[in-house]
Design a protein around this ligand. Structure first.
Ligand code: 5RP
Length: 255
């Protein structure tokens, strides 16, 4: 039975119009690395962007976790980090890395995080892990957004991954109607039979069925809906660099 990552990669490459021979060669090579190994490779590569003595902005999710583990190995070379979630703050502390409050920081050189989808302009969908608002806030004070991802995250048109929208709970139905008017099929994110609650005490609606041809315009439209805290489209603050893990190594995409 092929590894689930290999199956996803095949589906992705086939959608990109790859021939079956080219796909076969690529998948054979990629299969030598699991998705976790690809994440580990990009997390390690991101250390090249970490300057000595700096405070690093750190994202949330499984790829960001690999990066935190890498940062832990060089913790004496950095001043500390600003976390984009409680989970990230806890993991950073578990490595002995000092976690700074964003209010005590005026500027970060880099913010390192994963993505659920990234396009060829560095625009991203984020928030699969529920931390989109804090991720956007921390990223906003960084000069460079370093996206770390495996190659299955690179897409032509974003929207296959449901777009997360963090909302004030009382606005759920109102936001739902507005998202439907934009062509989405909204679904309230649930956990253990109850609405999923973010670190900010808010809820998340996942907007399915969108084909996002103008990410910047959609980000502005959804952000303008009353009751929306933030949308997981990172177009205004897109990635500066994407370190993309593939079977043939880590590729660096600059935007
Ligand atoms: C969390 C995020 C993550 O960066 C995104 O979901 C990617 O996660 P992973 O690295 O686990 O694939 O936006 O809110």
């Amino acid at each position: 039975m092929p590894h689930p990552y290999k199956l996803r990669l095949r589906a992705f490459l086939s959608g990109q119009g790859w021939s079956s021979a080219k796909m076969q060669a690529h998948c054979t090579q990629a299969a030598l690395m699991t998705q976790d190994e690809l994440k580990q490779a990009v997390a390690h590569a991101a250390l090249d962007y970490v300057a000595a003595g700096e405070i690093i902005g750190v994202g949330t999710g499984s790829t960001a976790n690999f990066f935190i583990d890498e940062l832990g190995k060089i913790r004496d070379r950095i001043q500390g980090a600003v976390a984009s979630s409680e989970a990230t703050a806890n993991r950073l502390r578990s490595h002995g890395i000092t976690v700074f409050d964003l209010n005590d920081i005026t500027h970060l050189s880099i913010y390192v995080d994963g993505a659920d989808e990234i396009n060829h302009r560095g625009q991203m969908i984020k928030g699969g892990g529920g931390a989109l608002t804090r991720e956007k806030i921390v990223a906003s004070v960084a000069d460079q957004f370093i996206c770390i991802a495996d190659e299955s995250k690179l897409v032509e048109v974003m929207g296959k991954f449901p777009l997360p929208v963090e909302i004030i709970p009382m606005a759920e139905k109102a936001v739902d109607r507005q998202l439907r008017a934009l062509g989405a099929t909204p679904e309230l994110r649930m956990k253990d039979g109850k609405p999923y609650v973010t670190d900010n005490g808010c809820w998340i609606i996942d907007a399915r069925g969108l084909q996002i041809h103008d990410p910047l315009a959609l980000e502005q439209k959804i952000n303008a809906i009353a009751g929306v805290v933030s949308v997981g489209l990172f177009a205004q603050k897109a990635a500066s660099v994407c370190l993309l893990g593939s079977g043939s190594g880590v590729k660096t995409l600059k935007f």
